[in-house]
Design a protein around this ligand. Structure first.
Ligand code: 5GP
Ligand code: MG
Ligand code: MG
Length: 175
C-alpha cells in the first residue's frame, strides 16, 4: 500500500514488467525506423521517465525533443482549448514519433495529432506506455502500446496524482 497525498494506491506494474515491455517497444521502434532519422516528441510532464528509458533501447540515432499541451478555459462556448507549447523543430517532411504516458479518452492525443498533421510531417506515430480501452471516446490510433489497463487511476513512473508520485519506479493503481 502506498499513500500519495490523501489517496491510497496499490502496486500494479512492477519495475521488471515495465522494463521488459519498454525494451520490447524499443526493439520495435529500432526496426520500424531504421534509416529514417525520426523526430521523437515527448509530452511533458508525464512521459519523461518512460521516454528516457525507451530512448536507451532504440538503436537508431534520432532527435529527441519535448512539448507540452497547455489547456486553458477560453470562452464558455468553446470550452477547453488546448495549445501546443515548445515545438521549435520544423516537422515538415519528418517522421514524428509522439511519446505519451497514457491515453485515456484519447481527446488530448487526437487534438495533438491534428495540430502536428497541419504542419505536414512525413508520418506521425504514437507510442503510449498505457492505454485505457474502456475510457476511449475517440478513434485515435495508438501505434505502439505498452500496456492496456482497466479504467482506474494510476500513478508513478512519470504519472502524477495532483503533482506527486512521478518519481516512483513502479506504477500503482488507486485502491
Ligand atoms: P485524455 O485526453 O486521453 O483523456 O487524457 C490524457 C491525459 O489525462 C494524460 O496525459 C494524463 O495526464 C491524464 N490521465 C488520464 N488517466 C490518468 C491516470 O490514470 N493517471 C494519471 N496520473 N493521469 C491520467
Ligand atoms: Mg500525458
Ligand atoms: Mg496529470
Amino acid at each position: 500500500m502506498l499513500k500519495v497525498k490523501d489517496k491510497e494506491f496499490e502496486p500494479y506494474l512492477s519495475e521488471e514488467r515495465l522494463d521488459v515491455r519498454v525494451k520490447a517497444l524499443g526493439r520495435m521502434l529500432s526496426q520500424d525506423y531504421d534509416g529514417k532519422s525520426p523526430l521523437v516528441l515527448g509530452i511533458l510532464n508525464g512521459a519523461f521517465m518512460f521516454l528516457s528509458d525507451l530512448m536507451k533501447e532504440v538503436s537508431v540515432p534520432l532527435e529527441v525533443s519535448f512539448i507540452k499541451i497547455a489547456s486553458y478555459e477560453a470562452m464558455k462556448s468553446t470550452g477547453n482549448v488546448q495549445e501546443l507549447v515548445g515545438l521549435k523543430e520544423d516537422v515538415q517532411d519528418r517522421h514524428i514519433i509522439i511519446v505519451e504516458d497514457i491515453v485515456d479518452t484519447g481527446r488530448s492525443m487526437e487534438h495533438l495529432k491534428g495540430l502536428l498533421q497541419a504542419k505536414s510531417p512525413a508520418s506521425i506515430a504514437v507510442v503510449s506506455l498505457l492505454l485505457k480501452p474502456e475510457a476511449l471516446l475517440t478513434e485515435v490510433a495508438v501505434d505502439y502500446v505498452g500496456f492496456e489497463i482497466p479504467n482506474k487511476f494510476v500513478v508513478g513512473y512519470g504519472l502524477d496524482y495532483d503533482g506527486y508520485g512521478r518519481n516512483l519506479r513502479e506504477i500503482y493503481q488507486l485502491k
